[in-house]
Ligand binder design. Structure first.
Ligand SMILES: Nc1nc2c(ncn2[C@@H]2O[C@H](COP(=O)(O)OP(=O)(O)OP(=O)(O)O)[C@@H](O)[C@H]2O)c(=O)[nH]1
Ligand SMILES: Nc1nc2c(ncn2[C@@H]2O[C@H](COP(=O)(O)OP(=O)(O)OP(=O)(O)O)[C@@H](O)[C@H]2O)c(=O)[nH]1
Ligand SMILES: [Mg+2]
Ligand SMILES: [Mg+2]
Lengths: 273, 292
C-alpha cells in the first residue's frame, strides 16, 4: 500500500521542513523519514498526531546514549575541546559547580587574549584552584603541570581547558594530540573524558567538526551549547546518527547553573514542539 | 561538486532540443540538496530553486556546454545576483569620528573583529579607538585591552559596573576629545530570545547613533541564521555583516540566506585568529564555496 498518498504529502513535507530547519541535515532527515514511513506502514498508523508521537520516539531513540560522566578515578582528568567560541571555558566553570568533590582547573588555552584570566575568574567564582602559566606558554606543559598538581593535591577531578581551534588546522590538531599524549604519559588511561562543545547554532559543519576531533583525540561526549537561543540543535541528531558519540550535556545560558545532563526524550519533544 | 552531480543527473543528454521537465526535476533536486547541505535556509532554497527551475525549463541545450554545465552556469549567475556583485568598501562619516558598533551572538568573534577592524582602518590612515561595552563576560574587557595593547590602539573602559550605553556614550566623548576619528564599540554577545539584552543593544545604539552597525556572524551558522539576522535588524538595524571563521570549511549558506532576507551585504571576511587575517568580503568567492 502506498503510504505517502497525496493527502499525506503535506505532512511529510512539514516533517522534512521541521527537521531540516532544525539543522538535522539532509541525510539524517532522510533516514528518520524512511524509518517512520516504514513503521507507520507496518502498524497502519495514519493520524498525523500519532505519526508525530512516533517521530519523537524515533528521534529520541537515535539520541539516546550514556550521559554520565565517568568520574571514578582520582584524579579524573577531563579534556575540554572544540572549535573557537563554542563555550569550552564557560562550560568548565559550570562543571565545577555541577561535579561532586574537589575540582581543579588547568588554563590550557595559552594562546588567546585573556583566556587564562577568563578561566581564573571562573576559578575564583567557584572556588576551584587554577593551574596556569603565562600567555604563550606551551599548552602541553601546562597540562602536564596540572595533572601533577591534581595528583599531589588529591583533587577528584581535573578539568583541562584548551584553546579553540578549527579542525581544518592540522598544526593545531597536532598540538591537541600532543596535549592528550602528555596527559596519557602521566596517567595511563587519562584523559578519562574528552568532552567536545558544539554550538547548537552550528549547521552541517558541526558533523565534520565532531568527526575530525574524534579522529584526532577521541571524543567521549558532546556538550551541546547555547540551546537557549533560537537554534534547535538538530545537528545533535546528525552527530548521534553518524558518529555514535553520546550527547552528554546541554548548556542553556551563561550562568553557572545553566548546565544539565542531556535528556533525549525532552530534546526530541522540543524539536517537534 | 555540484557540476559533477548535475552531469550525473543529466547523463545521456546531448546537445539537441531543450531540457525536458523530467531533466529539470532531476537537476533541481540536486541543487536543492547541495544548497541545504551548505546550510542555506530552507525557505531561501525553495525560492532559489524555483527561480532556477524557471530559467532551466525550456532552456536551449547548448552545443558548447554540457547540460550539467549549463545549469551550473544558471545557478552561478543566480547566486552571484543574490550575494551582490562587488565588495562593499568602508564609508566614513562626513563629520568624524566614524562610529561602528559590533553586535552578534555569543562567541561569533566580535571582540576579535574589533581589533581587526581597528588595524584595518589604521592601514587606511585612520586613528582607531576601541570602547569596551561588554560588562558581562568574565575578562571580556581584559581581552579587548590585551588586543588594544598588542595593536597599540587605545581602549576605553569603565569596568563592568556602569551600563553599556553609558560607557559607550562617555567613551565616544573621550574619543572625540582625543581627536580619534574611527571608534569601534564592542558589545556583549547575546541571544535574540533574550529580550532584555536586545533592548539593551537598542539603547546602546540609540545613545551613540553609529555611522554603521555590523552583525558579526560565524560562517558555520545553520538554519536559524535568518531568524537571528532579522532580530538584529529589528533591534540594531545593522547595515552590514562580518563573516567570521572563514578559515574553516563550513560552506557558508547562512551568509547567502541572511543577505537574501535582510538585503544587507557581507562587508568583511575574518579568516583566522590573527589581527591581520581580515579583509573586505568578495561576494563572488562565496558562490563556489556554497556549491561545494
Ligand atoms: N547564551 C549562551 N551563551 C553561552 C553558552 N555557553 C557559553 N556561552 C557564551 O559563549 C561565549 C563564548 O564562550 P567561551 O566559554 O569563551 O567559549 P570558548 O569555547 O572557551 O571560546 P574560545 O576559547 O575562544 O575558543 C561567551 O560569551 C559565553 O558566555 C550558552 O549555553 N548559552
Ligand atoms: N579561526 C578563527 N577564529 C576566530 C576568528 N574570529 C574569531 N575567532 C576566534 O573565535 C573565538 C571567539 O572570539 P571572540 O572575539 O571572543 O568572540 P565574541 O563574539 O567577542 O564572543 P562573546 O563576546 O563571548 O560573544 C576566539 O577563540 C577567537 O580567537 C576567525 O576568523 N577565525
Ligand atoms: Mg576558551
Ligand atoms: Mg566578545
Amino acid at each position: 500500500a502506498e503510504f505517502r498518498d497525496a493527502g499525506d504529502e503535506e505532512f511529510w513535507e512539514r516533517v522534512e521542513e521541521i527537521l531540516i530547519s532544525s539543522d538535522v541535515g539532509v541525510n539524517t532527515t532522510a533516514k528518520l523519514v524512511a524509518e517512520l514511513e516504514q513503521e507507520a506502514l507496518e502498524k497502519n498508523i495514519t493520524s498525523s498526531d500519532q505519526l508525530r508521537k512516533l517521530m519523537i520516539e524515533h528521534a529520541a531513540r537515535m539520541l539516546e546514549g550514556p550521559v554520565e560522566l565517568d568520574i571514578s578515578r582520582k584524579p579524573t582528568v577531563v579534556l575540554m575541546v572544540g572549535v573557537n567560541g563554542t563555550g569550552k571555558t564557560t562550560t568548565i566553570g559550570k562543571l565545577v559547580n555541577y561535579l561532586p568533590g574537589e575540582v581543579m582547573l588547568a588554563a590550557g588555552d595559552t594562546f588567546r587574549a585573556a583566556a587564562i584570566e577568563q578561566l581564573q575568574t571562573w576559578g575564583e567564582r567557584t572556588g576551584a584552584p587554577v593551574v596556569a602559566r603565562q600567555r604563550g606558554a606551551d599548552a602541553a606543559a601546562v597540562a602536564h603541570e596540572a595533572v601533577e598538581a591534581a595528583q599531589q593535591q588529591n583533587a577528584d577531578v581535573l578539568l583541562v581547558d584548551t584553546a579553540g581551534r578549527l579542525h581544518t588546522k592540522i598544526n593545531l590538531m597536532a598540538e591537541l594530540e600532543k596535549v592528550r599524549r602528555v596527559i596519557e604519559r602521566r596517567i595511563p588511561d587519562a584523559p578519562h573524558e574528552v568532552l567536545m562543545t558544539v554550538d547548537a547554532t552550528t549547521g552541517q559543519n558541526g558533523l565534520r567538526q565532531v568527526k575530525m576531533f574524534a579522529e584526532s583525540v577521541g571524543v567521549t561526549g558532546i556538550i551541546l551549547t547555547k540551546l537557549d537561543g533560537t537554534a534547535k540543535g538538530g545537528i545533535a541528531l546528525a552527530i548521534a546518527n553518524e558518529t555514535g558519540i553520546p550527547i552528554k550535556m546541554i548548556s542553556v545560558g551563561e550562568k553557572v547553573g545553566d548546565l544539565h545532563p542531556f535528556d533525549a526524550r525532552e530534546f526530541a519533544e522540543a524539536l517537534f514542539g | 561538486t555540484l557540476g559533477e552531480r548535475l552531469n550525473t543527473a543529466l547523463d545521456g543528454v546531448r546537445g539537441s532540443g531543450n531540457l525536458t521537465e523530467d531533466q529539470v526535476k532531476k537537476v533541481t533536486r540536486e541543487i536543492r540538496l547541495a544548497l541545504l547541505e551548505a546550510d542555506v535556509n530552507y525557505g531561501v532554497v525553495k525560492e532559489f530553486v524555483s527561480n532556477v527551475r524557471e530559467r532551466a525549463t525550456g532552456a536551449e541545450v547548448s552545443k558548447a556546454l554540457s547540460p550539467g554545465q549549463q545549469v551550473v552556469k544558471i545557478v552561478d549567475e543566480e547566486l552571484a545576483n543574490l550575494m551582490g556583485g562587488t565588495a562593499h568598501k568602508l564609508t566614513f562619516a562626513s563629520r568624524p569620528p566614524t562610529v561602528v558598533m559590533l553586535a552578534g551572538l555569543n562567541g561569533h568573534g566580535k571582540t576579535t573583529t574589533a581589533g581587526k577592524l581597528a588595524l584595518f582602518v589604521r592601514k587606511l590612515g585612520k586613528s582607531p579607538y576601541l570602547i569596551a561595552c561588554d560588562t558581562y563576560r568574565p575578562a571580556a574587557i581584559d581581552q579587548l585591552q590585551q588586543i588594544g595593547r598588542e595593536l597599540n590602539v587605545p581602549v576605553y573602559t569603565e569596568g563592568t559596573e556602569p551600563t553599556p550605553e553609558d560607557i559607550a556614550e562617555r567613551g565616544l566623548k573621550a574619543a572625540r576629545d582625543g581627536g580619534y576619528d574611527f571608534v569601534i564599540v564592542d558589545t556583549a554577545g547575546r541571544q535574540v530570545l533574550d529580550a532584555d539584552m536586545m533592548e539593551e543593544l537598542k539603547r546602546v545604539r540609540g545613545r551613540i547613533k553609529p555611522h554603521s552597525v555590523m552583525l558579526v556572524l560565524d560562517v558555520v551558522t545553520g538554519q536559524n541564521a535568518v531568524e537571528v539576522a532579522q532580530a538584529f535588524q529589528e533591534y540594531a538595524d545593522f547595515d552590514g555583516m562580518v563573516l567570521t571563521k572563514l578559515d574553516g570549511d563550513a560552506r557558508g549558506g547562512a551568509a547567502l540566506s541572511v543577505v537574501k532576507v535582510t538585503g544587507r551585504p557581507v562587508r568583511f571576511a575574518s579568516e583566522g585568529e590573527k589581527m591581520s587575517e581580515f579583509d573586505y568580503f568578495y561576494p563572488d568567492r562565496m558562490a563556489g564555496r556554497i556549491l561545494g
